[in-house]
Design a protein around this ligand. Structure first.
Ligand SMILES: [Cu+2]
Length: 278
């Protein structure tokens, strides 16, 4: 019974629980909802009371009332005070939604400091260290590029599709871009929605405390395969993440080497394929 009200309210508030920014957004919704609920009960209660108390009776003559200045000024001022209060609260919370905190003490060591790209939009934690992952929207799947390139130009960086693996207790900073059309990155439990727009960089962040899986989906109609453009973020302990990343890098290098050999073989063969596609 004690859980009934919160769980009913949770139906009306955003998903959260994965990252502090999502939790702060949820708190703002909850505060607004609680205030609205009190007002709703007061207004509907007053209406029901008046309906019953002043219902039609034989011989009763209703009093003719023309306005009540004190009441009218009262509810106008009260509504204005609530609006101003909510606005102040929102602005006070905005910084904890936009600005990431530092990684926790057990966070992954790979978090690099400094900026990879010149930008005044990417919000970094106070110590400027975050694990930077590039999110690329493609028709119709999400690609993630992790740190660990062999060359300064980014060549050889480990990547994955659809499922992003991240370390727990680590501030993860996402650089969201698109390879084709507009997509929208949205994993509700990890914070707000961010568009992937060709030619632009959008940034967001999350910090996941405990291992777990979070699900999302492209939130902007991007073509025929839009509905299948899903995203999963899997948080694992930092040591496990580093092992996964190293293995991913190895698998990609092996696949590239195999492709290189296959290409070389094709180039030396004279077959129907080569005649048709010289
Ligand atoms: Cu999409």
């Amino acid at each position: 019974m004690g859980h009934l009200l919160p769980s009913t309210l949770a139906f009306f508030t955003p998903l959260s629980g994965g990252s502090p920014n999502a939790n702060q957004i949820n708190t703002l919704y909850e505060i607004t909802l609680y205030i609205a609920l009190v007002i709703f009960v007061l207004v509907e209660g007053g209406l029901a009371y008046a309906l019953i108390k002043f219902r039609e009776r034989k011989g009763a003559v209703p009093a003719q009332i023309r306005g009540n200045t004190r009441l009218e000024v009262g509810w106008t001022v009260a509504a204005a005070v609530i609006l101003v209060g909510l606005a102040v609260l929102t602005f006070a919370k905005l910084s904890s939604i936009q600005n990431p905190p530092n990684s926790g003490p057990g966070g992954a060591e790979l978090a690099q400091s400094g900026l990879l790209y010149a930008s005044n939009e990417r919000k970094l934690p106070p110590n400027a260290k975050a694990l930077k992952i590039t999110v690329i929207g493609r028709q119709y799947l999400w690609q993630y590029i992790y740190p660990g390139a062999n060359e300064p130009d980014g060549l050889g960086a480990p990547y994955s599709y659809e499922e992003m693996v991240v370390p727990t207790n680590t501030t993860v900073s996402l650089d969201i871009v698109s390879a084709d059309v507009v997509h929208s990155w949205w994993v509700p439990e990890l914070g707000g929605k961010f568009q992937a727009v060709p030619g632009y960089h959008n940034y967001t962040w999350f910090k996941i405390a405990k291992p777990g899986e979070f699900h999302g989906q492209c939130a902007f109609l991007c073509g025929r395969g839009h509905a299948r453009m899903i995203a999963t973020v899997r948080a694992v302990p930092p040591a496990q993440f580093e092992a996964w990343l190293a293995r991913q890098k190895l698998l990609i290098a092996q696949a590239n080497a195999a492709a290189h050999i296959a290409r070389a073989k094709l180039n030396t063969q004279t077959g129907a394929g080569q005649v048709e596609n010289p």
